[in-house]
Design a protein around this ligand. Structure first.
Ligand code: PGA
Length: 245
């Protein structure tokens, strides 16, 4: 695992954006796995700035997002599709037909999961997967206990994840109960992983990810097995790792 320690959120955004931009410049047809949540927002802002200033083109990249709520349409401001349009896709030149999400409005969700997995494979897999991390070690919506061999699947969200995400909704009752997510095996198949973490609320999670037992009880620990993971984190998120080194 490569660790890049940054001094603040601003630097995290620049460093992470640079990694994505360089990947896209090197391979204009790259398949990028995107994440939502608070952490990558600034990274996407930097990518937009760079696109405007330096004309980095995303025209031929393919995107696959990690997850989506069940029951929310792309027009719903709380859907992850909406988030990506608002915070990145509508500001860069990615082609609509190259954007992929698991569709949580499909009647046959099992089939949608299989189709999503097939679609990722058809494009040769994900070249670079961006990840955040939950305090409980979740990656995507893979909560503790998710089998390491899981593919894209339907999950029932835990009360703590629904609570954490309630800040984006009118009330916790509006937070969907289920989501579709790439599985742990799907994520592990990515050729390269870029995990971003910021602040003391992620300290324990980063410590367990890097030094804990590889255990399904803490999904992110599986990343220890991946050959090419870069963690970009600030000194607060890294403080326990540094203290125990
Ligand atoms: P956050 O979420 O970026 O909003 O902290 C990360 C996650 O829960 O995966």
């Amino acid at each position: 695992m490569d660790i890049i320690k940054v001094k603040d959120h601003e630097e995290l955004n620049s460093v992470a954006a640079k990694i994505v931009i360089e990947k896209v410049k090197k391979n204009p047809n790259a398949t990028i796995g995107f994440a939502t949540g608070g952490t990558p927002l600034g990274t996407y802002k930097k990518m937009i700035e760079d696109h405007r200033q330096n004309k980095t083109s995303y025209r031929n990249i393919r995107s696959f997002n990690l997850d989506e709520y069940v029951g929310l349409t792309p027009e719903n401001p709380n859907s992850y599709r909406f988030y990506m349009e608002k915070n990145l896709f509508s500001h860069i030149d990615i082609q609509k037909s190259n954007i992929h999400f698991p569709d949580g409005t499909k009647i046959d969700l099992e089939r949608e999961c299989t189709n999503y997995e097939t679609s990722i494979k058809r494009f040769g897999g994900i070249d670079l997967q961006i990840l955040g991390i939950g305090r409980n070690g979740h990656i995507g919506f893979n909560e503790p206990g998710t089998p390491f061999d899981s593919q894209t699947h339907i999950v029932e969200l835990t009360p703590s994840t629904r609570q954490a995400n309630a800040r984006y909704f009118m009330s916790i009752n509006d937070v969907p109960t289920h989501a579709l997510t790439m599985g742990i095996a799907t994520i592990l198949k990515s050729k390269e992983i870029l995990l971003l973490a910021f602040g003391e609320e992620k300290t324990e999670a980063i410590h367990r990810l890097m030094t804990g037992d590889i255990d399904e009880k803490f999904p992110a620990s599986v990343l220890q097995k991946h050959p090419k993971v870069t963690i970009v984190a600030d000194s607060k998120a890294l403080s326990e790792v540094i203290a125990s080194a």
